[in-house]
Design a binder for this molecule. Structure first.
Ligand code: FES
Length: 129
């Protein structure tokens, strides 16, 4: 047996984005990203990424439930593991341009690991002011 350390291969994509499009039955207490527009935002993001020339390096996929339903629609960008709560096409445009084109972060849309409910985001933003 070799003592060589097995190295992970280079990432296949420069960035891999998972957009939650999970659907639950109407009235579910946690809600779901699909009822809040996850599908439409995923489709829009894919189309815009192609238009920006990101198509080969950045993969936009739909995801099942990412277990942050109350904050949705949510997406996560790997390999960085940065989460965003997005509610509009303008939010998607900002994530595409700032994060995926410029390599920066959209602080106002980012989720922290401690965020569980929308009120957590509001409280964090108020505390930062
Ligand atoms: S339904 Fe989107 S995170 Fe659960």
């Amino acid at each position: 047996m070799s003592d060589d350390v097995l190295m992970d291969p280079a990432p296949y994509y420069r960035a891999h984005v998972f957009v939650c499009t999970n659907e639950r039955e109407p009235g579910h207490p946690r809600g779901c990203c699909r009822e809040k527009g996850g599908d439409e935002l995923r489709d829009y993001m894919k189309k815009k990424a192609t238009g920006l020339g990101l198509g080969k390096a950045v993969r936009i996929n739909n995801a099942g439930c990412l277990d942050r339903c109350e904050l949705g629609p949510v997406l996560v960008v790997y390999p960085e593991g940065v989460w965003y709560a997005v509610t509009s096409k303008a939010d998607i445009d900002e994530v595409l341009q700032t994060h995926l084109v410029e390599g920066k972060r959209v602080e106002r849309l980012m989720l922290q690991p401690t965020d569980k409910l929308p009120a957590d985001i509001v409280a964090r933003r108020v505390a930062a002011e």
